[in-house]
Design a binder for this molecule. Sequence first.
Ligand code: URA
Length: 238
Amino acid sequence: MELERLLRSQGFGSRADCRALVRAGRVRFGDEICDDPFQEVIPDGLTFSVDGTPWLFRPQAYLVLHKPADYECSHKPRFHPSVYSLLPKPLVTRGVQAVGRLDEDTTGLLLLSDDGQFIHRCTSPKKRVAKIYEVTTKHPVDEAQIAALLGGVLLNDDPEPVAALACEKIADNLLRLTITEGKYHQVKRMIAAVSNRVEGLHRSAIGDYALPADLRPGEWRWLEASDLARIETPLETA
Ligand code: URA
């Protein structure tokens, strides 16, 4: 593949942008500047740097971001910065999208990818990929609330009840709630449906993949094949 085309596939702009980037001597293989945009390269496993930042060629992008509070999962945020502002520009240019949205006040595990099929598999309720939340509640949680969440609660715009796949009381005002859908404000509305209220919401895991403990709020990293396999592991119980 020509270098110019490879750079374009990785989000470095239009073909003309990429050609200019190479001709300006900003692209290197190891210590060697490559100033020929039409140089043939083998994409698989290719490492290169642009302005000193190292990159590995990736046919598709799969990322995990530790979403901080007060960020919006939108390209056109209204009140807060966008989560996309936390990523290097080439990742946004190549079209990574949040895999389901978290509310602006929700923190924790946010996946992003430019693989539409992966996004669909993670978000489709039919695939039953578990989303695990730590829910801080206003009122102490009781057994009746847990039973109702597990049995299914009606959300106002929905004819069918939605049930938690798992629900565990961690402390008086802290629940670990597992759901397999991603309806609008789903956790907040489920908790409201049992006459309680969400005071804090943090997504700690998706499938069998937990937010890495050393990934601080606002930080992101690439996901590897083993992470992707864990994400898509269906959890029937938790
Ligand atoms: N459910 C909610 O209510 N909010 C989120 O951000 C995620 C799930």
